[in-house]
Design a protein around this ligand. Structure first.
Ligand code: FES
Length: 174
């Protein structure tokens, strides 16, 4: 099962089709409660929810809205605006490939396209074994070492086809 998390929600699979943690209202409520004392809690809270569930689960949106005294539309608007937030779960590992200009100038586009072809994926999809999601990102601040990526949040520079294949293999094994 492959899922495009952002651009084709009608193709999205449910959380049951992945090994992603299923929604747990009590766990979500605990995460929300842990952020209530913060100044500007919304973004850190959404990131924490995504860390826990690999996406922002739909049922969490009204919970966040109620807790922060926001409308559901406001919370939904923030989730939709920031490309970092997913509405369907990512795979166990996430590889974000930079598509911005400096990386493109050193070959990121054909490198990414060939990698996605080897995996049989489109942007935002996850591999059938739920090992790896490949997502676009626009500048990681690693422009001097492009083509650049983040693998589970870890920066990776000077990408080559073999580095990408090694990352895919690492995801499969872990
Ligand atoms: S353009 Fe790719 S890291 Fe800046």
């Amino acid at each position: 099962m492959r899922t495009n998390g952002r651009t084709e929600p009608d193709r999205a699979g449910s959380a049951d089709e992945t090994s992603a943690p299923s929604f747990d209202a009590a766990a979500a409520q605990a995460i929300i409660a842990a952020h209530l004392g913060m100044e500007g809690p919304l973004l850190p809270l959404l990131h924490a929810l995504q860390d826990a569930f690999r996406c922002i689960p739909g049922p969490a949106i009204p919970m966040v809205a109620d807790a922060l005294n926001l409308s559901r539309a406001e919370v939904h608007g923030v989730v939709s605006f920031y490309h970092d937030f997913r509405r369907v779960p990512a795979a166990r590992h996430v590889l974000k490939l930079c598509r911005a200009e400096a990386c493109q100038s050193v070959g990121a586009s054909p490198l990414s396209a060939a990698f996605l072809r080897r995996l049989g994926l489109a942007w935002g999809e996850r591999t059938e074994d739920d090992a790896l999601s490949v997502e676009p990102v626009f500048c990681l601040g690693l422009c001097a070492c492009g083509p650049a990526a983040l693998y589970d949040g870890e920066p990776v520079g000077r990408l080559t086809a073999s580095v990408l294949d090694e990352l895919a293999e690492r995801a499969r094994r872990a």
